[in-house]
Design a protein around this ligand. Sequence first.
Ligand SMILES: [Zn+2]
Length: 269
Amino acid sequence: MHRIASGELHWTYTLGDVRITALRDGYVDMPIGRLRQNGDKPFSDDLPDQVTLVGGLLRLSVNAFAIDDGNEITLIDTGASNAWHPTMGRLPQALDEAGIDVEKVRAVCFTHTHLDHIHGLVLADGRDAFPRLTRLLVPSEELGLFRAEKRLERFHGMAEPFEAGDHFEADVEIIGAHGHEVGHSCFRVSSGGERILIWGDTVHVPSLQFDRPDVTWEFDTDQDQARQSRLRLLALAADDHCFVAGAHLDSPGIGRVVRSGASFRFEPL
Ligand SMILES: [Zn+2]
């Protein structure tokens, strides 16, 4: 992958014949108490030095990703819009900065249906963010969760369920990574011999969870399954030498995973 453009809120790379753009929706600050270990117990170890806090809180980046095949643009996740903390909702500015025409966004795929991934379908003023959207892919296990979001009611009928193992277009494969949520999924994009795994919420706190993949997050619906999925995906990314892109990895949100002793290390692009 080679960087071809960047700015305050976007980073665009080539991946074979396609372009991948990381789009920064913003960030959210969370208490340390959301970290979990040993099943679902509060994290009680000392925080390693590399974990930096802002005002005593963990600062999580919030990202979405665009795949541009030259004709159409697919978005993986959409940020929070104005549905959660006001530190998020900058996806429209990020798209504008990246020169991505929202009229060319024809498909949106969700890794899962939490607030900070789905509400960017609707702008803060209530208009559609992507006026020519034709496909909206939602994990089949989370159709009910998606349809419970009243703010997104006009999209409920458009939701198209997918399963792990499905392919989206020729070069995007869906890999199940359940645990953080019941249908949490990753999208592996392949082009020109290069691969990137867009892995949603596999890691929430990058300064801690590559080194300590056993540490989970309060919002993981099934703590043990989330832990197992993270270990499997870290090993897959490291051994397959593919790039990873994460919704909560620090900007640009893209890099490589390498093995480091019994755990892993992240090398950002
Ligand atoms: Zn998230």
